[in-house]
Design a protein around this ligand. Structure first.
Ligand code: SAM
Length: 212
């Protein structure tokens, strides 16, 4: 298990060098729209103090989108890849965001630390048990009145993109990942008592709004 995690971290360290270019190529303008859609769903206008965690933050695009909308928020990005965290720090250098190295299944934060916790396009890549543990951790570190926002890919409808998507899942060894993406809300309903499903404007992503 430990060896598997080390291998995955190395994969993401390498991927960090061309991750943003890959996303631009794949999603174009839809990327910004998808980030805004996620930030909108946090309903920041409803609270005066914001403590926001973006889990599996990658190169920091979600953190940056929150920082632009809410510069005074306490913004934390967490990821287990040094490479991704380095890119995220560079990208958000002009903001107050902080980044923490950590494994999604063992978060280094106290119970109820945040009122918004997000995780974008990452959970499907975690193995079944690690994913469930990560979901439990997300719930644990979220305040009882807070919200957890989970964004995942829709399965592409274009046959070529669909093939690439499935090949990537295969490459990551994620049979359960495919089941998670196709399996609806059941894995989330096991952890959260309220789960609402939304679809992004572009139709590329779906957003699950989860509350205690
Ligand atoms: C596909 S990227 C998504 C990045 C970002 N959330 C986004 O929307 O662009 C998946 C991210 O999850 C991170 N990750 C994967 N497994 C993890 C784990 N067990 N703990 C922490 N981070 C993890 C990877 O390092 C990578 O940055």
């Amino acid at each position: 298990m430990a060896r598997l995690r080390v291998g995955r971290r190395k994969y993401y360290d390498l991927f960090s060098h061309f991750y943003d270019a890959f996303i631009r190529l794949h999603a174009g303008q839809d990327e910004d729209d998808t980030r805004h859609f996620l930030v909108d769903a946090a309903h920041l206008e409803e609270e005066s103090v914001h403590r926001i965690l973006d889990l599996c933050c990658g190169t920091g695009s979600v953190v940056l989108a929150f920082a632009k909308r809410c510069p005074d928020a306490l913004l934390v990005g967490c990821d287990f890849s040094h490479g991704m965290l380095r890119k995220a720090q560079e990208k958000t250098a002009a903001t107050q965001a902080v980044f923490v190295e950590g494994d999604a299944a063992y978060l280094p934060f106290a119970d109820g630390s945040f009122n918004v916790v997000t995780c974008s396009h990452a959970l499907y890549e975690l193995k079944g048990q690690a994913r469930e543990q990560a979901l439990r951790e997300m719930r644990r570190v979220t305040h009882s009145h807070g919200v957890v926002l989970i964004m995942e890919h829709e399965i592409p409808s274009h046959p070529v993109m669909k093939l690439f998507f499935r090949m990537r899942l295969l490459f990551l060894g994620c049979r359960e990942g495919r089941e998670f993406i196709e399996g609806g809300l059941q894995p989330l309903k096991k952890i959260f008592s309220r789960v609402i499903l939304n679809h992004s404007w572009s139709g590329r992503s779906r957003l699950m709004v989860c509350k205690e």
